[in-house]
Design a binder for this molecule. Structure first.
Ligand SMILES: [Zn+2]
Ligand SMILES: [Zn+2]
Length: 384
Protein backbone atom coordinates (compact mmCIF):
# COMPACT_ATOMS: atom_id res chain seq x y z
CA UNK A 1 0.00 0.00 0.00
CA UNK A 2 1.44 3.35 -0.98
CA UNK A 3 2.52 5.50 1.90
CA UNK A 4 2.42 8.69 -0.16
CA UNK A 5 -1.30 9.28 -0.36
CA UNK A 6 -3.97 7.54 1.58
CA UNK A 7 -7.56 7.89 0.56
CA UNK A 8 -10.16 9.02 2.98
CA UNK A 9 -11.77 5.97 4.60
CA UNK A 10 -15.29 7.22 3.97
CA UNK A 11 -14.41 7.86 0.35
CA UNK A 12 -12.97 4.33 0.06
CA UNK A 13 -16.33 2.89 1.11
CA UNK A 14 -18.26 5.47 -0.88
CA UNK A 15 -19.94 6.92 2.20
CA UNK A 16 -20.34 10.29 3.80
CA UNK A 17 -19.30 11.08 7.34
CA UNK A 18 -22.80 10.66 8.73
CA UNK A 19 -22.96 7.02 7.65
CA UNK A 20 -24.57 4.71 10.17
CA UNK A 21 -22.90 1.53 11.43
CA UNK A 22 -25.30 -0.41 9.24
CA UNK A 23 -24.38 1.57 6.15
CA UNK A 24 -20.69 1.05 6.85
CA UNK A 25 -21.17 -2.67 7.22
CA UNK A 26 -23.22 -2.95 4.10
CA UNK A 27 -20.81 -0.82 2.02
CA UNK A 28 -17.90 -2.88 3.21
CA UNK A 29 -19.71 -6.09 2.53
CA UNK A 30 -20.32 -5.07 -1.06
CA UNK A 31 -16.69 -4.08 -1.59
CA UNK A 32 -15.38 -7.23 0.04
CA UNK A 33 -17.53 -9.43 -2.14
CA UNK A 34 -16.62 -7.51 -5.27
CA UNK A 35 -12.88 -7.28 -4.78
CA UNK A 36 -12.23 -10.51 -2.96
CA UNK A 37 -8.92 -12.03 -4.15
CA UNK A 38 -10.58 -15.40 -4.64
CA UNK A 39 -12.87 -13.83 -7.21
CA UNK A 40 -10.20 -11.78 -8.87
CA UNK A 41 -7.22 -14.12 -9.11
CA UNK A 42 -4.06 -12.32 -10.21
CA UNK A 43 -5.79 -8.94 -10.29
CA UNK A 44 -3.44 -6.72 -8.32
CA UNK A 45 -5.77 -3.72 -8.45
CA UNK A 46 -8.67 -5.68 -7.00
CA UNK A 47 -6.42 -6.93 -4.24
CA UNK A 48 -5.38 -3.39 -3.37
CA UNK A 49 -9.00 -2.25 -3.41
CA UNK A 50 -9.92 -5.14 -1.18
CA UNK A 51 -7.21 -4.34 1.34
CA UNK A 52 -8.08 -0.68 1.25
CA UNK A 53 -11.73 -1.41 1.97
CA UNK A 54 -10.84 -3.80 4.78
CA UNK A 55 -8.56 -1.23 6.36
CA UNK A 56 -11.22 1.48 6.10
CA UNK A 57 -13.77 -0.87 7.60
CA UNK A 58 -11.50 -1.95 10.46
CA UNK A 59 -11.40 1.69 11.56
CA UNK A 60 -14.94 2.83 10.81
CA UNK A 61 -16.65 -0.18 12.37
CA UNK A 62 -14.94 0.55 15.68
CA UNK A 63 -16.61 3.44 17.54
CA UNK A 64 -13.44 4.50 19.27
CA UNK A 65 -11.20 4.31 16.22
CA UNK A 66 -13.82 6.01 14.12
CA UNK A 67 -14.05 8.98 16.44
CA UNK A 68 -10.23 9.25 16.50
CA UNK A 69 -10.21 9.11 12.74
CA UNK A 70 -12.96 11.72 12.50
CA UNK A 71 -10.96 14.11 14.64
CA UNK A 72 -7.38 13.47 13.60
CA UNK A 73 -7.58 11.72 10.24
CA UNK A 74 -5.19 8.93 9.40
CA UNK A 75 -2.72 10.16 12.00
CA UNK A 76 -5.28 9.45 14.70
CA UNK A 77 -5.44 5.75 13.95
CA UNK A 78 -1.92 5.03 12.69
CA UNK A 79 -0.33 2.30 14.76
CA UNK A 80 -3.67 1.30 16.18
CA UNK A 81 -3.55 -1.76 13.96
CA UNK A 82 -5.20 0.03 11.11
CA UNK A 83 -2.40 2.17 9.76
CA UNK A 84 -0.41 0.91 6.80
CA UNK A 85 2.41 -0.10 9.10
CA UNK A 86 0.30 -2.18 11.44
CA UNK A 87 -1.83 -3.65 8.72
CA UNK A 88 -1.17 -7.29 8.08
CA UNK A 89 -2.05 -8.40 4.57
CA UNK A 90 -1.47 -12.04 5.44
CA UNK A 91 -4.85 -12.17 7.13
CA UNK A 92 -6.26 -12.37 3.64
CA UNK A 93 -4.42 -15.57 2.92
CA UNK A 94 -7.46 -17.66 3.69
CA UNK A 95 -11.01 -17.02 2.65
CA UNK A 96 -12.50 -18.30 5.88
CA UNK A 97 -10.20 -16.20 8.05
CA UNK A 98 -11.57 -12.89 6.97
CA UNK A 99 -15.11 -14.03 7.08
CA UNK A 100 -14.80 -15.69 10.44
CA UNK A 101 -14.03 -12.40 12.12
CA UNK A 102 -16.92 -10.67 10.46
CA UNK A 103 -19.80 -12.92 11.23
CA UNK A 104 -22.11 -10.06 12.01
CA UNK A 105 -21.34 -8.29 8.77
CA UNK A 106 -22.42 -11.23 6.74
CA UNK A 107 -25.42 -12.01 8.80
CA UNK A 108 -24.43 -15.40 10.08
CA UNK A 109 -22.89 -14.36 13.36
CA UNK A 110 -26.22 -14.66 15.05
CA UNK A 111 -26.13 -15.85 18.62
CA UNK A 112 -28.63 -18.55 17.80
CA UNK A 113 -25.96 -20.48 16.01
CA UNK A 114 -23.72 -19.78 13.11
CA UNK A 115 -23.45 -21.80 10.00
CA UNK A 116 -20.09 -22.28 8.48
CA UNK A 117 -19.38 -23.07 4.94
CA UNK A 118 -15.99 -24.67 4.88
CA UNK A 119 -13.02 -26.14 6.70
CA UNK A 120 -10.17 -24.28 8.31
CA UNK A 121 -10.24 -22.93 11.84
CA UNK A 122 -13.66 -21.64 12.68
CA UNK A 123 -15.00 -20.08 15.80
CA UNK A 124 -17.59 -22.19 17.62
CA UNK A 125 -21.21 -21.06 17.63
CA UNK A 126 -22.51 -18.77 20.34
CA UNK A 127 -25.18 -20.29 22.53
CA UNK A 128 -28.17 -18.81 24.28
CA UNK A 129 -29.60 -20.01 27.55
CA UNK A 130 -32.77 -18.58 29.02
CA UNK A 131 -32.69 -18.45 32.78
CA UNK A 132 -35.68 -17.64 34.95
CA UNK A 133 -35.06 -16.30 38.43
CA UNK A 134 -37.36 -15.11 41.17
CA UNK A 135 -37.84 -11.45 41.99
CA UNK A 136 -36.11 -11.98 45.32
CA UNK A 137 -33.08 -13.49 43.57
CA UNK A 138 -32.88 -10.45 41.33
CA UNK A 139 -32.74 -8.17 44.36
CA UNK A 140 -29.96 -10.01 46.13
CA UNK A 141 -28.10 -11.58 43.26
CA UNK A 142 -27.64 -15.30 43.12
CA UNK A 143 -25.45 -18.09 41.98
CA UNK A 144 -26.96 -20.90 40.05
CA UNK A 145 -25.87 -23.98 38.17
CA UNK A 146 -27.08 -24.40 34.66
CA UNK A 147 -26.74 -27.33 32.35
CA UNK A 148 -25.81 -26.50 28.80
CA UNK A 149 -26.11 -29.00 26.00
CA UNK A 150 -23.40 -28.07 23.58
CA UNK A 151 -21.25 -29.53 20.89
CA UNK A 152 -17.72 -30.32 21.89
CA UNK A 153 -14.75 -31.47 19.90
CA UNK A 154 -14.73 -35.25 19.63
CA UNK A 155 -11.88 -36.59 21.72
CA UNK A 156 -11.43 -39.79 19.72
CA UNK A 157 -10.60 -38.09 16.43
CA UNK A 158 -9.58 -34.70 17.87
CA UNK A 159 -12.29 -33.14 15.74
CA UNK A 160 -11.13 -34.42 12.36
CA UNK A 161 -14.07 -36.82 12.03
CA UNK A 162 -11.81 -39.48 10.55
CA UNK A 163 -11.41 -42.95 12.05
CA UNK A 164 -8.28 -43.70 14.04
CA UNK A 165 -5.21 -44.02 11.84
CA UNK A 166 -6.84 -42.24 8.90
CA UNK A 167 -7.22 -38.58 8.07
CA UNK A 168 -9.65 -36.56 5.99
CA UNK A 169 -8.88 -36.11 2.30
CA UNK A 170 -9.20 -33.03 0.16
CA UNK A 171 -12.58 -32.98 -1.57
CA UNK A 172 -12.21 -33.81 -5.24
CA UNK A 173 -15.21 -31.80 -6.33
CA UNK A 174 -14.26 -28.39 -4.92
CA UNK A 175 -10.57 -29.19 -4.55
CA UNK A 176 -10.68 -28.25 -0.92
CA UNK A 177 -12.22 -24.79 -1.18
CA UNK A 178 -15.57 -25.99 0.15
CA UNK A 179 -17.35 -23.88 -2.42
CA UNK A 180 -18.51 -24.14 -5.97
CA UNK A 181 -18.70 -20.94 -7.95
CA UNK A 182 -20.94 -20.27 -10.85
CA UNK A 183 -21.83 -17.31 -12.96
CA UNK A 184 -25.22 -15.69 -12.51
CA UNK A 185 -25.56 -12.69 -14.77
CA UNK A 186 -22.51 -10.59 -14.08
CA UNK A 187 -22.20 -11.93 -10.55
CA UNK A 188 -20.12 -14.82 -9.42
CA UNK A 189 -22.07 -16.69 -6.82
CA UNK A 190 -20.51 -19.15 -4.43
CA UNK A 191 -22.41 -22.10 -3.06
CA UNK A 192 -21.25 -24.61 -0.48
CA UNK A 193 -19.94 -27.78 -2.08
CA UNK A 194 -22.49 -30.54 -1.61
CA UNK A 195 -19.95 -33.33 -1.84
CA UNK A 196 -18.08 -32.25 1.29
CA UNK A 197 -20.90 -30.14 2.73
CA UNK A 198 -18.69 -27.07 2.57
CA UNK A 199 -15.85 -28.45 4.63
CA UNK A 200 -13.44 -28.92 1.73
CA UNK A 201 -12.59 -32.37 3.03
CA UNK A 202 -14.09 -35.80 2.68
CA UNK A 203 -13.78 -38.65 5.12
CA UNK A 204 -13.40 -42.17 3.79
CA UNK A 205 -13.66 -43.91 7.16
CA UNK A 206 -15.62 -41.89 9.71
CA UNK A 207 -14.71 -41.84 13.38
CA UNK A 208 -17.03 -44.24 15.23
CA UNK A 209 -17.51 -41.97 18.23
CA UNK A 210 -18.84 -38.93 16.38
CA UNK A 211 -19.80 -40.68 13.10
CA UNK A 212 -17.56 -38.30 11.21
CA UNK A 213 -18.97 -35.07 12.57
CA UNK A 214 -15.84 -34.27 14.56
CA UNK A 215 -18.06 -33.14 17.40
CA UNK A 216 -20.20 -34.75 20.01
CA UNK A 217 -23.11 -33.43 22.06
CA UNK A 218 -22.33 -32.99 25.73
CA UNK A 219 -24.13 -31.63 28.75
CA UNK A 220 -21.98 -29.17 30.58
CA UNK A 221 -22.64 -27.82 34.05
CA UNK A 222 -21.74 -24.22 34.64
CA UNK A 223 -22.04 -22.00 37.66
CA UNK A 224 -23.42 -18.60 36.78
CA UNK A 225 -23.20 -15.59 39.05
CA UNK A 226 -26.20 -13.33 38.70
CA UNK A 227 -25.51 -9.81 39.94
CA UNK A 228 -28.01 -8.10 42.24
CA UNK A 229 -30.27 -5.71 40.38
CA UNK A 230 -30.43 -7.67 37.15
CA UNK A 231 -33.59 -7.09 35.11
CA UNK A 232 -35.53 -9.11 32.60
CA UNK A 233 -33.88 -9.15 29.19
CA UNK A 234 -30.40 -8.44 30.44
CA UNK A 235 -27.87 -10.99 29.42
CA UNK A 236 -24.64 -12.28 30.80
CA UNK A 237 -21.88 -13.24 28.44
CA UNK A 238 -19.72 -16.19 29.39
CA UNK A 239 -16.66 -15.96 27.25
CA UNK A 240 -15.56 -19.17 25.59
CA UNK A 241 -18.48 -21.22 26.96
CA UNK A 242 -20.22 -21.60 23.62
CA UNK A 243 -19.62 -24.43 21.23
CA UNK A 244 -16.11 -25.55 20.50
CA UNK A 245 -14.53 -24.19 17.35
CA UNK A 246 -13.67 -26.56 14.57
CA UNK A 247 -10.16 -27.38 13.37
CA UNK A 248 -8.61 -25.52 16.27
CA UNK A 249 -10.80 -22.41 16.02
CA UNK A 250 -11.74 -20.56 19.21
CA UNK A 251 -14.93 -21.46 21.07
CA UNK A 252 -18.02 -19.29 20.87
CA UNK A 253 -19.59 -17.51 23.82
CA UNK A 254 -22.57 -18.40 25.95
CA UNK A 255 -25.25 -15.79 26.53
CA UNK A 256 -27.44 -16.28 29.55
CA UNK A 257 -30.61 -14.27 29.03
CA UNK A 258 -32.27 -13.50 32.36
CA UNK A 259 -36.02 -13.46 32.97
CA UNK A 260 -37.17 -12.17 36.33
CA UNK A 261 -40.54 -13.34 37.64
CA UNK A 262 -43.06 -10.62 38.38
CA UNK A 263 -43.62 -9.72 42.01
CA UNK A 264 -47.12 -9.53 43.39
CA UNK A 265 -46.48 -6.39 45.41
CA UNK A 266 -43.52 -4.53 43.90
CA UNK A 267 -43.33 -3.29 40.37
CA UNK A 268 -40.02 -2.36 38.92
CA UNK A 269 -39.30 0.61 36.70
CA UNK A 270 -35.60 1.12 36.01
CA UNK A 271 -34.01 0.90 39.44
CA UNK A 272 -37.11 2.29 41.17
CA UNK A 273 -39.83 0.20 42.74
CA UNK A 274 -43.51 1.03 43.01
CA UNK A 275 -46.12 -0.43 45.28
CA UNK A 276 -49.69 0.39 46.21
CA UNK A 277 -50.45 0.84 49.89
CA UNK A 278 -54.08 0.39 50.96
CA UNK A 279 -54.59 2.82 53.84
CA UNK A 280 -57.75 2.94 55.97
CA UNK A 281 -59.85 6.04 55.38
CA UNK A 282 -59.58 7.26 59.03
CA UNK A 283 -55.75 7.16 58.79
CA UNK A 284 -55.83 9.21 55.58
CA UNK A 285 -58.28 11.69 57.06
CA UNK A 286 -56.83 12.00 60.56
CA UNK A 287 -53.17 11.26 59.84
CA UNK A 288 -51.15 8.49 61.40
CA UNK A 289 -48.48 5.96 60.65
CA UNK A 290 -48.39 3.08 58.21
CA UNK A 291 -45.96 0.24 57.68
CA UNK A 292 -44.51 -0.16 54.21
CA UNK A 293 -42.72 -3.38 53.30
CA UNK A 294 -39.40 -2.79 51.56
CA UNK A 295 -36.65 -5.07 50.27
CA UNK A 296 -34.73 -4.39 53.46
CA UNK A 297 -37.62 -4.96 55.88
CA UNK A 298 -40.54 -2.88 57.05
CA UNK A 299 -40.48 0.90 57.24
CA UNK A 300 -42.79 3.14 59.21
CA UNK A 301 -43.93 6.23 57.40
CA UNK A 302 -45.98 9.17 58.59
CA UNK A 303 -49.24 10.00 56.89
CA UNK A 304 -50.37 13.57 57.42
CA UNK A 305 -54.02 14.44 58.03
CA UNK A 306 -56.00 14.90 54.82
CA UNK A 307 -53.79 12.71 52.67
CA UNK A 308 -55.44 11.99 49.32
CA UNK A 309 -55.54 8.70 47.46
CA UNK A 310 -52.79 8.63 44.84
CA UNK A 311 -50.27 10.44 47.02
CA UNK A 312 -46.79 9.07 46.44
CA UNK A 313 -44.53 8.46 49.39
CA UNK A 314 -40.90 8.34 48.37
CA UNK A 315 -38.58 6.07 50.30
CA UNK A 316 -35.17 7.14 49.13
CA UNK A 317 -32.67 4.38 48.37
CA UNK A 318 -35.20 1.62 49.07
CA UNK A 319 -35.52 0.57 45.44
CA UNK A 320 -33.57 -2.03 43.48
CA UNK A 321 -29.82 -2.21 43.69
CA UNK A 322 -28.24 -0.92 40.50
CA UNK A 323 -26.85 -3.82 38.50
CA UNK A 324 -23.60 -1.96 37.87
CA UNK A 325 -23.18 -1.29 41.57
CA UNK A 326 -24.23 2.36 41.42
CA UNK A 327 -26.34 2.53 44.56
CA UNK A 328 -30.05 1.86 44.81
CA UNK A 329 -33.16 3.25 43.21
CA UNK A 330 -36.06 4.62 45.27
CA UNK A 331 -39.27 3.03 46.44
CA UNK A 332 -42.57 4.80 45.82
CA UNK A 333 -45.54 3.77 47.91
CA UNK A 334 -48.77 5.03 46.39
CA UNK A 335 -51.67 5.63 48.76
CA UNK A 336 -54.91 3.81 48.03
CA UNK A 337 -58.06 3.88 50.11
CA UNK A 338 -58.66 0.60 51.86
CA UNK A 339 -62.39 -0.03 51.71
CA UNK A 340 -63.56 -2.81 54.02
CA UNK A 341 -65.62 -5.46 52.27
CA UNK A 342 -67.55 -6.34 55.42
CA UNK A 343 -68.62 -4.07 58.25
CA UNK A 344 -69.83 -4.86 61.74
CA UNK A 345 -73.15 -3.41 62.83
CA UNK A 346 -71.36 -0.85 64.93
CA UNK A 347 -69.04 0.21 62.13
CA UNK A 348 -71.96 0.53 59.76
CA UNK A 349 -73.81 2.68 62.26
CA UNK A 350 -70.80 4.93 62.86
CA UNK A 351 -70.20 5.37 59.14
CA UNK A 352 -73.84 6.31 58.59
CA UNK A 353 -73.57 8.85 61.38
CA UNK A 354 -70.39 10.20 59.80
CA UNK A 355 -72.01 10.38 56.36
CA UNK A 356 -74.84 12.51 57.78
CA UNK A 357 -72.28 15.08 58.92
CA UNK A 358 -70.48 15.25 55.55
CA UNK A 359 -71.55 17.83 52.95
CA UNK A 360 -73.66 16.33 50.17
CA UNK A 361 -71.40 17.70 47.43
CA UNK A 362 -67.87 16.65 48.19
CA UNK A 363 -66.39 16.86 44.69
CA UNK A 364 -63.99 19.73 44.50
CA UNK A 365 -63.74 20.68 40.83
CA UNK A 366 -61.08 23.34 41.31
CA UNK A 367 -58.22 20.92 41.68
CA UNK A 368 -57.52 17.20 41.55
CA UNK A 369 -55.70 15.21 44.14
CA UNK A 370 -52.27 15.87 42.63
CA UNK A 371 -52.89 19.57 42.31
CA UNK A 372 -53.58 19.47 38.60
CA UNK A 373 -56.65 21.05 37.10
CA UNK A 374 -59.33 18.59 36.09
CA UNK A 375 -59.80 17.85 32.43
CA UNK A 376 -62.74 20.15 31.73
CA UNK A 377 -60.95 23.03 33.47
CA UNK A 378 -58.00 22.55 31.13
CA UNK A 379 -60.29 22.50 28.16
CA UNK A 380 -61.78 25.79 29.33
CA UNK A 381 -58.27 27.26 29.59
CA UNK A 382 -57.54 26.34 26.01
CA UNK A 383 -60.85 27.22 24.37
CA UNK A 384 -61.89 30.04 26.65
ZN1 LIG B 1 -14.72 -38.38 16.27
ZN1 LIG C 1 -16.16 -30.22 -1.69
Amino acid sequence: MSSVTKRDYYEVLGLDRQATDQQIKSAYRKMALKYHPDRNPGDHKAEEAFKEAAEAYSVLCDREKRSLYDRFGHAGVAGAGAGAAGFDPTIFADFSDIFSGLGDVFGFGDIFGQRRRRGGPQRGADLRYDLEISFEESTTGTETTIQIPREETCETCKGSGAAEGTSPETCSQCRGSGQLRYQQGFLTVARPCSNCRGTGKTIAKPCHTCRGAGRVGRERKLTVKIPAGIATGQRLRLYGEGEHGSAGGPPGDLYVVVHVQEHSFFQREGDDLYCEMPIPFPTLALGGEITVPTLAGEEEIKVSAGTQAGTRFKLRGKGMPNVSGRGHGDLYAIARVAVPKKLTKEQKHLLEELAKTMPAETIDTSATENGEKPFFEKVKDIFG
